[in-house]
Design a protein. Sequence first.
Length: 288
Amino acid sequence: MSTLLHPFIEFAFMRRALVACFALSLSATPLGIYLLLRRMSLMGDALSHAILPGAAAGYLLWGVSLLAMGTGGLLAGVAVALLSGWISRHTPLKEDASFAGLYLGSLALGVTLISLNGSSVDLLHVLFGSLLAVDSESLWAVVVMSCITLTLLAALYRPLLIDALEAGWLQQQSPRVARWTQRMFLIMVVGNLVAGFQILGTLMSVGLMMLPAACARFWARQLPTLLLSGMAIGVTSSFCGLSASFAWGLPAGPAVVLSASLFFLISVFIGPQGGIFSARLRQTLGKG
């Protein structure tokens, strides 16, 4: 245990990275679980790409400024989410298809904007983040976003649950509540992706949102235990990924996401709620 904790005790940059990942795991993973319940798992990936042109515009105008890039990314993500909903309501196109069209264009636009006045190093930093270079300003941004998200999730627990499971019923009973619940949920998703973009980049930030959520599906069925399981897996993945990064010289952000991917594969095979081996074992015992 002392060997595992040594990097975080001795080095401040490792502690900042760990706290940032913990905060993001606690707030982003519950949002990923709600996305799974809505059958909108890929929306998180689409929105993580959609924030890129706003962040790139902030970078071009004000340089590497957390406030400028974060504000630009938030505005771009919300704009893509609202525009996608508008397209799906007024055309035969489904919402997932409209998201796909918009996020691909946003990704291309963001890369183009960065390339116009940046270097390959700048582009890699934006796309993949720099977890071990998290400064105090970025850390506070992630922690504040996590606290705001957890507070809103607690306040909107019941409407979010009903909207995820019976969206049509909520729309009929209270259209205004349904509309505002959906808007607040999208804003929370975009806000957490923007916070994650500061440390993991646009391509990796969705990893801590969706992978622990997908893992939790194999370990729990009730929503409270789903949320707690997802958070625990996200926190554990962060610790294991950062430890592996320090021990073997791996890039920190991808190591965290790879750790979460490993937990996902383990859950697929041995998770008690639908895991491959668990399901076969129950079938064998049932026949016996």
